[in-house]
Design a protein around this ligand. Structure first.
Ligand SMILES: *Cc1c(COP(=O)(O)O)cnc(C)c1O
Length: 232
């Protein structure tokens, strides 16, 4: 198996090539290295190779790594389903949450952020279940606009709404491309409808579908296997 360093170098080249071919600026695409189930040593290798953004999908796994790496300038992204009772563990550990899908969670995150009195607001993405897969979390597409209406009625000063997140359809490139295009259209409509100043991010694309995601406008790709190898 190739080293994490070599995998990252190759992946960065791929992302650059695909972006340029799609007429996009490569620097508009943020690579989140999904380190769930990986060891601290593997994360350290990725950091040594210049990787800065990391993604975790459970709090338990994340908390074995993030505090141990406190001296780095790594930025952590929570990408899994988040129970609102765990929201208080986000501040000080994570800079981004990709999976907000309830008002209750948003309220808990905001309260946790204001208790922590951190200077930077938390970057939040709304997860959308575009493909209506019952095994995935996220809002149905038609619920997104009403959800943002509800968020804007709340006083949530510590949350910075940054955009939308979705997961493609495993093993189906056509439906995955449609899902990504739908998410991009939804982001554009939300930008026109709501006054959200930094709502410009699309978190979509994993190891097996990131080329499609970049072609369809992704600004954040979440990639594990192509960097760290197959998960056990
Ligand atoms: C695990 C995971 C990824 C990364 O998947 P790979 O196929 O290993 O690249 C991306 N996004 C989410 C939400 C995940 O849970």
């Amino acid at each position: 198996m190739k080293s994490i360093h070599a995998n990252l170098a190759e992946l960065r080249l791929q992302i650059r090539d695909i972006a340029v071919r799609a007429g996009r600026a490569p620097e508009d695409i943020r690579l989140v290295a999904v380190s769930k189930t990986r060891t601290l040593e593997e994360v350290e290798q990725a950091i040594a190779a210049g990787q800065r953004d990391f993604g975790e999908n459970t709090m338990q796994d994340a908390l074995t790594k993030i505090p141990a790496l406190h001296a780095t300038d790594a930025v952590w992204h929570f990408i899994g389903h988040l129970q609102s009772k765990k929201a208080k563990q986000i501040p000080g550990h994570f800079g981004w949450v990709h999976s907000v899908d309830s008002v209750k969670l948003a309220q808990k995150l905001s309260a946790a952020m204001s208790d922590s009195s951190l200077p930077q607001p938390l970057n939040c993405l709304i997860q959308v279940n575009v493909s209506k897969d019952p095994s995935k979390s996220g809002l149905d597409t038609e619920k997104v606009a009403p959800f943002i209406d509800q968020l804007l009625e709340q006083d949530l000063p510590c949350l910075n709404w940054r955009g939308l997140m979705t997961i493609g359809v495993q093993g189906d490139e056509t439906r995955t491309r449609v899902a990504f295009a739908v998410l991009r259209g939804m982001l554009e409509r939300c930008q026109q409808t709501f006054s959200l100043t930094h709502f410009d991010q699309l978190s979509m694309g994993m190891s097996n579908d990131y080329p499609i995601a970049i072609e369809e406008g992704s600004t954040i790709v979440r990639i594990g296997t192509a960097i760290f190898g197959e998960r056990a």
